[in-house]
Design a binder for this molecule. Structure first.
Ligand code: 9MR
Length: 348
């Protein structure tokens, strides 16, 4: 395998199709090898964690502020990555504004208490807090870093068929528990107010290829579209090599595009639990077929804005922890070599 820094640029190869992005963590910008790899191969970055609510909402300052409707925010984590992106001329997709996970529980408490049994805030309070938070983040980012962010994950992972509520909403989300489904249009309305020209507003979810979940997401998207609140469907794309079905990915992509929405693949990886030649060849075949499908859709006029890998090399992948076995899911190896999957994606 060739050193990834000796290989032709991924994003340049895809310049006529869509942006090619990667999720990056807070340590990568200061690591010369990662910096070089990111700049060579990616034209978009997403923070894997540090732009999520738990890294932005400031409990101490919120308590000190004493305003029951307005959480205090801090932007040191956000700004450090945005500064890096600006310096390197790389566009940013902002992940994420409203999510059930990685949002502090005190944000949902009446008096901002962090106690497990704290009294929850009312629906009205939560809808106001949501709007305030979204506008604080968007106004800050768009003022301090104009033109850098091209898309916002406004709501992440609100549909969950296993939890079975009408519309198949994720009922155990603190957002759903506080506001029912009304938090979704409220978040997008706030984001419409905060967005800068040229930015798209995205609904983002995993297993978006699954027909049951896909249809529930489509119902949601239609409701949002009735108020012109959403521009882009973000299909995360956390796949598993042994059961990935590209025809379902294609069918779902077409169904979302048929609504008139833009499309993004936002968190691409394909779990593969072996680094053997055979397994990595199989992974390469899947990646090749998947990208051929995406290029075909783009050629047919589907507006694919970006395809983002969830990590730069196999060493950065969340999958090894999540699956409790070593995963080899991306295009670049732990040794920063270009894998057969890289060649397959470049073979166009
Ligand atoms: O990659 C992220 C990992 O470091 C965090 O521990 C995890 C916490 O939930 O979130 C991971 O990123 C997730 C993303 O924000 C939303 N979609 C699923 C991703 C993988 O879990």
């Amino acid at each position: 395998m060739k050193d990834a820094l000796q290989c032709p640029s991924l994003f340049k190869a895809y310049e006529n199709y869509f942006r090619i992005g990667a999720a990056v963590n807070g340590r990568m910008p200061a690591d010369p090898a990662y910096d070089a790899l990111i700049c060579r191969h990616f034209s978009s970055i997403t923070a894997d964690n540090q732009m999520k609510p738990m890294f932005v909402m400031d409990h101490k300052a919120t308590l000190a502020g004493g305003d029951p409707l307005h959480a205090a925010v801090r932007f040191d984590w956000v700004d450090s990555l945005l500064s890096y992106a600006r310096e390197k001329g790389i566009a940013v997709r902002y992940h994420t504004l409203a999510w059930h996970n990685q949002t502090p529980r005190w944000f949902f408490a009446k008096d901002w208490s962090d106690a497990e049994d704290a009294e929850p805030a009312s629906k009205e309070t939560m809808l106001t807090r949501l709007e305030n938070y979204i506008l604080d983040v968007m106004n800050h980012v768009n003022t301090a870093f104009p033109g850098l962010v091209y898309t916002w994950d406004v709501v992440n992972e609100a549909i969950e068929p296993d939890q079975g509520a009408p519309g198949l909403y994720r009922t155990r989300s603190p957002w759903y528990m506080a506001c029912g489904e009304d938090f979704l249009p409220a978040a997008f309305r706030a984001a419409r107010k905060g967005q800068a020209p040229g930015q798209t507003l995205c609904y983002n979810d995993y297993n978006a290829f699954d027909p049951v979940k896909r249809d529930a997401i489509i119902d949601l998207l239609k409701k949002l579209q009735a108020e012109n609140l959403v521009d882009t469907m973000g299909m995360q794309g956390h796949y598993v090599m042994n059961n990935m079905d590209i025809s379902l990915c294609e069918a779902a992509s077409r169904a979302y595009a048929a609504l008139g929405l833009n499309l993004q693949v936002t968190e691409l990886d394909i779990h593969c639990n072996s680094g053997s030649d055979e397994a990595q060849q199989k992974l390469a075949q899947l990646y090749g077929d998947y990208f051929a499908m995406l290029r075909k859709l783009k050629d047919e006029g589907v507006r694919i804005e970006a395809v983002t890998f969830w990590g730069v090399t196999d060493a950065d992948s969340w999958l090894t922890g999540f699956r409790r076995e070593t995963s080899y899911p991306l295009l670049f190896s732990r040794e920063k070599k270009a894998k057969p999957a890289y060649d397959a994606v470049m073979n166009m």
